[in-house]
Design a protein around this ligand. Structure first.
Ligand code: 0X9
Ligand code: ZN
Length: 406
């Protein structure tokens, strides 16, 4: 019921009386008006009392309880529907859903096999946290070789964070009761960053006009380097500090989709990954950065196709284990040097992990589809199949790597 008075003191007197005699609940209160909830049996008395004080009363909601129930039921239905149908195994989650999953599902779960830890490694330009999930086999005394995986450097490649979250899911819950999961947790520590660029990811989820966003959402370079280059965002995969060079597959112009930034590691998002990689230097044997699309598994260097790796052979051999497994499942992958198979592009995370963090094998994994249709718009319904194929390939890759390094 809304009460309206000409004089504030009349309203005060009315409310005092109503609260005392008829237990009205004051929802909101302005100088000359107030909204109150009244039990149905007191409604007539409340209106009469108000009128005696010269205060008008009108019914705003005639049955609050019914509204509360409808609201609750609607929210509950939506929640149930979403909870029943949307999860990491079949959906592209929002950043908020990813955080909820990491902290409410993964961090609170109990794995009999591994100690699972979720923690932030840093923040983005817009202040979101970037998280890592760490898996260490229970009871291991000596530090083990490590596999480092990240995803979501590029905003629109939605299948990439979905894949990383599914790896986390499999390592935590081992839903297929797969002995190889236990074996691989015994052989390696696993460190996974499922969303490197959540600002861009969120932006790409706003609507159809932002769906194809690739970069971060930094506005730092909007007024530089020149008026015709006023744009938002840096391409993180041109911003890493090994052989950083905008003229190789990047750009000095902030309007470009491949803007390299004003210098190497100018962005908090690349600094996060740099520090995380360097923190594991020595024990980190593999780095896999998940992208889409094209069905490629690419090894360094992307900055220069003529710069062969000293240990190119093991990078090819371990990649071949992945390719062979996928071929058995009927999925064709191309493996090779990224500058040769794709295009030369400097400042990628794969090159940095190899050259500076010293991993043995370093890959950019370009997930399905193979072709631009549907390209980045791979439907959610494809998630389970991509996950099952790719996980089989990654397990084979890890096994081959282990066989080669012990
Ligand atoms: O261009 C990229 O950054 C990657 N392809 S994507 O379509 N996902 O954008 C390929 C990166 C390969 N690695 C390097 N060039 N270092
Ligand atoms: Zn990409």
């Amino acid at each position: 019921m809304r009460l309206q008075a000409d004089e504030p003191r009349d309203l005060t007197a009315t409310l005092n009386s109503l609260q005392k005699h008829y237990q009205v609940d004051v929802w909101s209160r302005l100088r000359r008006s107030a909204d109150v909830m009244v039990a149905p049996e007191y409604a007539r008395l409340v209106r009469e009392t108000s009128a005696e004080h010269g205060v008008d009363s009108t019914i705003v909601i005639d049955d609050v309880q019914r509204h509360l129930e409808e609201d609750y039921n609607a929210r509950h239905r939506t929640r149930m529907r979403r909870a029943a149908s949307r999860n990491v195994t079949n959906s592209y989650l929002t950043y908020q859903e990813i955080e909820n999953y990491l902290y409410n599902v993964i961090a609170t779960s109990y794995s009999p096999v591994a100690d699972v830890t979720v923690k932030p490694i840093g923040k983005t330009f817009e202040g979101r946290s970037v998280h890592v999930v760490e898996f260490r086999k229970k009871g291991s005394v000596t530090a083990k070789p490590a596999i480092l995986i990240d995803a979501g450097i590029h905003a629109r490649e939605w299948i990439a964070p979905a894949m990383a979250l599914n790896i986390i899911h499999k390592l935590t819950f081992n839903p297929e009761n797969d002995p190889e999961v236990i074996d691989l947790l015994t052989k390696f520590d696993w460190f996974i960053v499922p969303s490197v660029n959540p600002d861009g990811y969120e932006y790409s989820q706003l609507g159809s006009t932002t769906r194809m966003w690739r970069k971060t959402r930094t506005t730092k370079y909007y007024y530089s380097p020149s008026w015709y280059c006023r744009g938002v965002g840096v391409d993180l995969n041109r911003n890493f500090g090994y052989d950083w060079n905008p003229s190789i597959g990047g750009s000095t112009c902030a309007t470009s989709d491949v803007f390299s930034g004003p210098g190497a590691f100018s962005e908090p998002e690349t600094q996060n990954i740099r520090d995380w990689l360097l923190g594991h230097a020595g024990l980190a044997k593999a780095y896999v950065t998940i992208h889409s699309f094209g069905q490629y598994l690419l090894y360094p260097y992307g900055s220069d196709s003529n710069k062969a790796l000293a240990d190119q052979e093991i990078n090819i051999d371990v990649a071949n284990a992945f390719k062979t497994r996928l071929a058995q499942l009927g999925v064709n992958y191309v493996i090779g040097n990224s500058a040769q198979e794709l295009y030369a592009a400097a400042g990628g995370s794969d090159d940095y992990a190899k050259a500076v963090a010293n991993v043995t094998v370093s890959y950019t994994l370009e997930l399905p589809p193979a072709s631009p249709s549907p390209g980045f718009l791979l439907p959610e319904s494809a998630v389970p199949t991509v996950v099952s194929h790719t996980w089989a390939g990654l397990k084979a890759l890890a096994q081959r790597l282990h066989a080669r390094i012990v």
